[in-house]
Design a protein around this ligand. Structure first.
Ligand SMILES: [Zn+2]
Length: 69
């Protein structure tokens, strides 16, 4: 028995990697939704591709924070 598995089970089951999660650069909330449209296949500069569900902020690149227990 190792403690590694126990620490892993503390986290909520998620499809995303527990180590890295995209967050809102303003409030650092993980409740962000990608603004994907059919007409916007490319990520052009100046486009707001993400929206925060917490503070309604729109941003291009979500920040990625390493989540450590
Ligand atoms: Zn936010």
């Amino acid at each position: 028995m190792t403690d590694v598995n126990i620490q892993a089970m503390k986290r909520k089951p998620s499809t995303t990697k527990p180590e890295e999660r995209n967050r809102c650069p303003e409030c650092r909330s993980v409740s962000i939704s990608p603004l994907t449209r059919k007409n916007q296949g490319q990520q052009a500069s100046g486009k707001h591709n993400w929206r925060c569900n917490n503070c309604q902020n729109k941003f291009n690149d979500p920040i990625t924070l390493v989540t450590e227990r």
